[in-house]
Design a protein around this ligand. Structure first.
Ligand SMILES: Nc1nc2c(ncn2[C@@H]2O[C@H](COP(=O)(O)OP(=O)(O)OP(=O)(O)O)[C@@H](O)[C@H]2O)c(=O)[nH]1
Ligand SMILES: [Mg+2]
Length: 349
């Protein structure tokens, strides 16, 4: 505790309080395959009865593609799954749900889910919920067709395909994956044909490529999206992402990185942090400079360790949207909310 207080003081007195962005927002957030994917989705959405949007729970208020409202979902029932709940605290979930619903009344349900876990209770509840919403919706005129179609949308790498595979395994008790999953953005490139995930009720899901928000004006949002690996690292650059995360950890009191990286105290400068960590862990590499062999810190290797440590939850559970969480609620009728969370006791990683 004493150590923690000393670190907080150090950060408060001598570290940068605000973040100056070394990169600007004139980035290509929207690669070519996303244009194609969006067009395909717009063609197929005509047959769809409900939209399930998946987003990363670490950034509940940042980086959702709000243009989906105009391009895809319209007035169809819309469920938002905040996935990767194993990486965020169990506190504040009710407040987050309320704030999202207040800001975006088109959303019928918000759930926290952990699709990496076999029997996630929130995921088990999602199909019955969607079916109920569809049957209660006055747009449901399917001429007696018994099957229901749901499209799964969201930005890249948030777990859309994992959720489809999980639901299929849960309801049909089949092994294997119907749609490919991967730990980098852009794994699903095309809108898939319908994937049957349940026979009773008869439900088909459509997997789609992750589509980012076309313009990102707020660079905090861009950096958070990059930190959660919803963009390829090269779009921003690994070193810049590390630097942003280091600033975020220090200014928000998340000091778990210090032990993980083999450091003694908080570091303000990202290059210095990576160099000290490389030396402490023996992560050095030999380079040849003008015919002279030199041993230098393996900056890229250590930056990868830092980024993947965060992405795997090795620095503890927290939101990257803590500042938005502090904003007051418009009204706080929390007790009226239906909250479906993954309340299991899984550990932070
Ligand atoms: N920690 C954690 N990881 C998850 C969870 N769900 C999915 N993942 C991982 O997140 C990564 C992306 O999963 P995908 O299902 O491929 O994500 P996607 O949204 O389909 O990605 P694109 O097709 O690239 O848009 C994979 O490494 C999954 O194992 C979760 O609940 N928690
Ligand atoms: Mg996918």
């Amino acid at each position: 505790m004493c150590r923690l207080n000393a670190w907080r003081e150090l950060v408060r007195n001598s570290f940068r309080a605000d973040y100056k962005f070394p990169v600007n927002s004139a980035k290509n957030w929207f690669p070519g395959h996303m244009h194609k994917g969006l067009k395909e989705m717009q063609r197929k959405v005509i047959d769809v009865d409900c939209v399930i949007e998946v987003h990363d729970a670490r950034i509940p208020f940042s980086g959702r593609n709000t243009t989906f409202k105009e391009t895809i979902s319209g007035v169809k029932p819309h469920i938002l799954i905040l996935n990767k709940s194993d990486l965020v605290p169990k506190s504040n979930r009710e407040e987050i749900i309320l704030k999202i619903k207040q800001a975006d009344p088109i959303i019928s349900e918000v759930l926290f889910a952990n699709a990496s876990k076999k029997s996630c209770p929130a995921l088990r509840s999602v199909l019955p919920r969607a079916v109920k919403l569809i049957e209660n919706s006055n747009r449901f005129h399917r001429g007696g067709k018994p099957d229901k179609s749901i499209i799964i949308i969201g930005i890249p790498n948030v777990g859309k395909s994992t959720i489809i595979n999980q639901l299929r395994q849960q309801y049909l008790a089949v092994k294997g994956r119907a749609t490919q999953v991967g730990a980098k953005p852009g794994v699903t490139r095309n809108v898939m044909e319908k994937i049957r995930v349940s026979n009773d009720p008869m439900v088909n899901l459509l997997d789609t490529p992750g589509i980012s928000k076309p313009n990102i004006k707020d660079m905090h949002v861009g950096m958070k999206l990059a930190a959660c690996n919803t963009l390829n690292d090269h779009v921003i650059g690994s070193m810049f992402i590390c630097d942003y995360l280091l600033w975020y950890f220090n200014t928000h009191g998340h000091f778990e990185y210090i032990d993980y990286m083999g450091l003694n105290e908080p570091e303000e400068n990202c290059n210095m942090m990576l160099a000290k960590s490389a030396i402490a862990n023996g992560s050095m590499k030999i380079i040849n400079e003008h015919g002279v062999r030199k041993t230098i810190p393996d900056y890229e290797g250590v930056a990868y360790k830092f980024l993947s440590g965060f992405r795997k939850g090795r620095f503890g559970r927290f939101y990257l949207d803590e500042d938005q969480l502090k904003a007051p609620l418009i009204n706080s009728k929390m007790s009226n909310l239906n909250i479906y969370q993954d309340m299991s006791n899984e550990k932070s990683v």
